[in-house]
Design a protein around this ligand. Structure first.
Ligand SMILES: *[C@@H]1O[C@H](CO)[C@@H](O)[C@H](O)[C@H]1NC(C)=O
Ligand SMILES: *[C@@H]1O[C@H](CO)[C@@H](O)[C@H](O)[C@H]1NC(C)=O
Ligand SMILES: *[C@@H]1O[C@H](CO)[C@@H](O)[C@H](O)[C@H]1NC(C)=O
Length: 426
């Protein structure tokens, strides 16, 4: 397998050598240069397989951004370790957007379109001004979710809004506008300044009471928490790449689990189930939104390793994002009515439903064992002879378990190669 992908890789390189010239190769001089302009940089090491996989995609990213102000570049961190240290690179590849003193690590999917969209967004100011009432309609169409500030650009609320816009720029959009611009679109209260989020079909205001507006620290934390919870849609897709963002929001995460095939299709039963779960949050937004974040997963793998069992699809999994405990309904999820699901959520909220898992070491051990078993199972199906050779030695199996216990966090996308472990090998 390895050999084959190696050959394939050389083919791709030869094929894309024209466009890869658009990627600038940086040296340690970059540390002094980086303040000038906008940079989208890949930190890599030649030995890392994930970096090689990214190489042709990165060339296409450079091609797409060629006529923009964004410079697409790469640094070989084995040749210029000072650059890696300077930017606190911990794994290869790391992708970073660097603008002046600001640096944001890209954590999304390593697909060309996602990365180009991200860089284009990051190249703009964190807060953009909307000057025409007509533009609001356009914003609603082009973004599912955006945050807005209404009123004069002075005072504590504005300062904090601008501060958080910079922090959350990688994830969402921020605009500033006067009262006049927004008056036809949003039926807002009579306050002089306001912060709101436009989400899918409605406007939700940040509750800026007077006490809060006088207390910088309290406003800082309250606004931060509010933006962090409101920046998700009502029913987003949850993946290994983004689940950690959801774990930060201190709500229960209600996940409909289905199993997409390679074309992203699901069966009718799964579709009905997913739609049923989505309809609950859409209909009962005001009651549930405060404490529950809904979403769906396109594969049971991640859910299985959280629940430590082979869940049938479709299924329902509820995660407590603070404690990492999870809940699964006793009944067959397919037979559940929306009322039954809401009842189940109420039980969870009042802590009457049984909670499983959590993050202590015994659970970790079992989880690691479960993951190892699953990995072994799929290896066996793929290539029984090789698997027998590799795992004929019980030691191999044992070390896989130990490796999983000590080196992996279940919610980490453990995609990247850690620098330290490689250096030890050297
Ligand atoms: C408007 O002002 C009042 C009184 O200061 C406050 O209670 C309320 O939360 C504010 N509304 C918004 C949306 O900020
Ligand atoms: C706001 O809070 C963050 C931590 O969440 C802190 O780093 C920052 O310095 C605070 N800013 C102000 C102006 O209080
Ligand atoms: C999670 O569990 C803890 C302890 O049982 C509880 O205090 C908390 O409210 C739960 N919910 C969320 C969303 O964290």
């Amino acid at each position: 397998m390895k050999l084959w992908s190696g050959h394939l890789f050389f083919f791709i390189i030869a094929f894309s050598s024209v466009s890869s010239s658009r990627v600038l190769e940086l040296s340690d001089k970059f540390i002094d240069l980086s303040g000038d302009g906008m940079w989208f940089v890949k930190f890599y090491a030649p030995w890392c397989a994930h970096c090689r996989r990214l190489e042709p995609i990165w060339a296409h990213v450079a091609q797409s951004l060629y006529n923009t102000a964004i410079k697409v570049a790469k640094v070989d961190c084995t040749r210029f370790p000072t650059v890696a240290t300077h930017y606190k690179v911990r794994a290869y590849p790391t992708i970073m957007f660097i603008k002046g003193s600001l640096q944001h690590e890209y954590t999304g999917e390593r697909e060309k379109d996602d990365m180009v969209k991200y860089a284009t967004r990051m190249a703009q100011p964190a807060v953009q001004r909307v000057t025409h009432a007509d533009s609001i309609g356009y914003l609603k169409e082009s973004h599912n979710i955006f945050f807005g500030y209404v009123g004069k650009t002075e005072g504590l609320l504005w300062e904090m809004f601008a501060l958080h816009a910079e922090k959350y720029q990688p994830h969402t959009w921020f605009y500033v506008m006067s009262k006049d611009v927004i008056k036809n679109e949003i039926d807002r209260p009579h306050n002089d300044t306001a912060v709101f989020v436009y989400k899918e079909d409605g406007v939700y205001f940040f509750d800026a009471c007077e006490d809060l507006l006088r207390d910088q620290e309290a406003l800082n934390t309250t606004l931060d928490k509010w933006i962090n919870t409101e920046r998700f849609g009502f029913f987003p897709k949850i993946t290994r790449a983004n689940i950690n963002h959801f774990m930060d929001i201190n709500k229960y995460i209600v996940i409909a689990i289905v199993s997409e095939n390679k074309l992203g299709e699901i069966t009718q039963t799964e579709r009905d189930f997913k739609d049923m779960i989505e309809s609950i949050i859409r209909k009962k937004k005001s009651e549930l939104h405060e404490n529950f974040q809904f979403g769906w997963m396109g594969t049971p793998d991640l859910a299985n390793s959280i629940a430590m069992s082979d869940l049938t699809v479709p299924h329902l999994l509820v995660l407590n994002s603070t404690t990492s405990h999870h809940h699964i309904p006793d009944d067959d999820p397919v037979l559940m009515t929306p009322e039954a699901v809401v009842w189940f959520l109420e039980q969870i909220y009042t802590q009457q439903a049984p909670a499983y898992g959590g993050d202590y070491w015994l659970i970790r051990l079992y989880r690691a064992f479960f993951e190892a078993r699953t990995t072994l199972g799929s290896m066996w199906r793929g290539n029984p002879v090789l698997t027998a050779l590799v795992f004929g030695l019980p030691l191999g199996f044992l070390s896989l378990i130990c490796y999983s216990v000590f080196c992996s966090d279940i919610l980490d996308s453990d995609e990247d190669e850690e620098i330290e472990s490689h250096e030890k090998k050297d």
